[in-house]
Design a protein around this ligand. Structure first.
Ligand SMILES: NC(=O)c1ccc[n+]([C@@H]2O[C@H](COP(=O)([O-])OP(=O)(O)OC[C@H]3O[C@@H](n4cnc5c(N)ncnc54)[C@H](O)[C@@H]3O)[C@@H](O)[C@H]2O)c1
Length: 298
């Protein structure tokens, strides 16, 4: 049985859904867990410090080690304080997973500026704030203690990153996560820090924002607890070389996403002109590739 006994883990957005399931899984395997949550609604309105505390208390009642840390991960200073407090409490931080996210769905032509900004702020900027705080701490710690492959960061994307009608703000933020992960994984590799993205599917209060007849799955098919083991795996020694990856977990399935690649290339010495493109682009460059992509990829 894979043990995480000596690990100290911080779980952002750990008060509900997938984050809470992950915090419990990590603690069940012996990790000490700092549970962060703002205690906000699915739309990111309001706050409640009891939400993080309830999960931490549950973990302690089950015999695990957990501390609550209520706060807003879009606040860079708060994110730095969260990592500093975890180090002060437990002596180190090994694994950080950030599940904090909100939804404010609308079509691009209807979406308000406020709803665009709020979703990008939480789902992308907030993810960067905690990633930066953790990486700064790890880079400093690497200077003192040398390479330590236990250092691992997990951020959360979504299948909507490929495009999902009605979710332009969420899709853009979740696609931004993928560029962030690949970049920071490369930057932090020398410091022994791994950075990966998780694309999850689990029935949570977010799923319940979809009208019942359109929900893609039931709680029984996709319980949030089925996502947590892959997150915990990324905290383990077996995943010591896994970095820069986008992984999938949902129901009975786990997987690895492919990365974007240039599928077709046309070379024209001296460069392409409008006339040359008009003559050659469809047949010689694109070939049988579909250039009208209006599918809903979700
Ligand atoms: N549920 C799914 O199937 C699914 C699919 C794809 C992606 N995701 C992503 O996984 C993550 C978790 O989703 P969930 O379904 O468990 O949602 P959830 O609403 O159940 O939990 C999200 C938690 O994040 C917290 N939070 C929001 N803003 C915060 C902030 N600024 N600071 C700290 N905490 C904050 C909320 O209070 C909440 O407890 C989200 O990022 C979501 O976009 C979920």
């Amino acid at each position: 049985m894979t043990a995480l006994d000596d690990r100290v883990c911080v779980v952002g957005g750990g008060g509900n859904g997938l984050g809470a399931a992950t915090a419990r899984e990590l603690a069940d395997r012996g990790a000490s867990v700092v549970v962060n949550d703002l205690g906000t609604s699915v739309r990111g309105e309001g706050s409640d410090p009891d939400v993080a505390e309830e999960v931490a208390e549950d973990i302690r009642e089950a015999g695990g080690e957990a501390t609550a840390h209520a706060g807003d991960l879009t606040d860079f200073e708060y994110a730095r304080g969260l990592i500093a407090d975890a180090v002060a409490e437990y002596g180190r931080v090994d694994f950080v997973a950030n599940f904090a996210g909100i939804l404010r769905d609308d079509f691009a032509t209807n979406l308000s500026e406020e709803d665009w900004r709020a979703v990008v702020e939480t789902n992308l900027t907030g993810q960067f704030a905690l990633l930066q705080a953790a990486c700064r701490h790890w880079r400093e710690a690497a200077g003192d203690a040398g390479f330590d492959s236990q250092r691992s960061y997990l951020t959360v994307s979504a299948r909507s990153a490929r495009g999902n009608a009605g979710q332009v703000n969420y899709a853009a933020a979740k696609a931004g996560i993928l560029g962030m992960v690949r970049t920071v994984a490369a930057e932090m590799h020398r410091s022994g820090v791994r950075v990966n993205a998780l694309v999850p599917n689990g029935y949570t209060r977010m799923t319940e924002t979809v009208p019942e007849e359109h929900r893609p799955y039931t709680r029984e098919e996709m319980p949030p607890e089925r996502v947590a083991p892959l997150a915990a795996y990324l905290a383990s020694d077996d995943a010591a070389d896994v970095t820069g990856c986008t992984l999938y977990a949902g129901g009975d399935r786990v997987g690895v996403f492919s990365e974007p690649s240039l599928d077709r290339v046309g070379v024209r010495p001296g460069g392409w002109t409008l006339d040359a493109l008009t003559e050659h682009f469809r047949e010689d460059v694109a070939g049988d590739v579909d250039l009208t992509r209006t599918d809903n990829y979700f």
